[in-house]
Design a protein. Structure first.
Length: 252
């Protein structure tokens, strides 16, 4: 944060100097040493007497950076819309005919993904017209990969309803993730655990993880949760009320 602020301050000061140069139409390369010293002192004095100028410039720079990032994200979403919204391997829930599509890249070991669960559920329930697509994106170590393999194998072996149960259970599961804990979880849910675990290391499961990682890389997603809401990328956790506001804007 300090390094960022320092860079922003340097950029702001440089911009101020350039604007002063332009206003007075002179070339600092032709300044005498005495003129340069006086000019530097004047700029420093102005910044010390008017620090709000620096804050204002930094805020403006951050706003412009955010706008540029959002525009770049919009272009990425448009370019990869088919992979995002129409793949054949992701779990789809909510209102399958909803007028709003929400995609979530998630990791079962991600604290913010877990925190987002009640928010997303509340959004789906309160709205009633949202289609949710889950993209398995395990990036937090071996436990994440094992969890995703178990979930994807469940979807491919036992279907949507079974996946929904496993998905929710894995997001609540604490402690070490291994074959023993996954077997116990599957048995508690009444699933054919042998069939699921036999399928975990299959090429079909691996393909889903690889495909999702490639898509995330193309979209420059490196953290979870990341949401795609219709045509907009939302990087990070957002409470339900903020997503509801964005949805209302899109519908209007």
């Amino acid at each position: 944060m300090i390094r960022k602020a320092a860079k922003a301050l340097l950029a702001t000061t440089s911009a101020l100097v350039l604007s002063v140069q332009a206003a007075f139409a002179f070339d600092p390369a032709n300044m005498t040493e005495q003129e340069r010293t006086a000019f530097d002192a004047a700029v420093r004095s102005y910044l010390l007497e008017n620090p709000e100028v620096i804050v204002e410039a930094i805020n403006l720079m951050e706003q412009r950076n955010a706008e540029q990032q959002a525009a770049a994200d919009d272009e990425l979403v448009a370019a990869y819309s088919d992979e995002l919204f129409n793949d054949s391997h992701s779990w789809v829930t909510g209102n399958l005919d909803g007028d709003i599509v929400l995609v979530e890249f998630m990791d079962y070991r991600c604290g913010y993904c877990r925190r987002a669960v009640p928010e997303v559920n509340a959004l789906l329930e309160d709205d009633g017209n949202i289609k949710l697509i889950i993209k398995e994106f395990p990036i937090l170590g071996e436990a994440s990969v094992i969890s995703s393999r178990f979930a994807i194998a469940t979807l491919q072996v036992a279907g949507d309803d079974a996946y929904g149960l496993v998905h929710d259970a894995l997001l609540e599961l604490n402690g070490e993730i291994n074959g023993v804990t996954l077997r116990r979880l599957g048995e508690e849910l009444g699933l054919d655990v042998d069939a699921i675990m036999d399928h975990m290391d299959s090429d079909e499961v691996t393909s889903v993880i690889v495909t999702n990682r490639q898509l995330a890389q193309a979209l420059k997603i490196n953290g979870t949760p990341t949401f795609i809401l219709v045509d907009e990328m939302l990087r990070g956790y957002l409470p339900a009320d903020q997503m509801a506001e964005i949805i209302a804007e899109k519908r209007s």
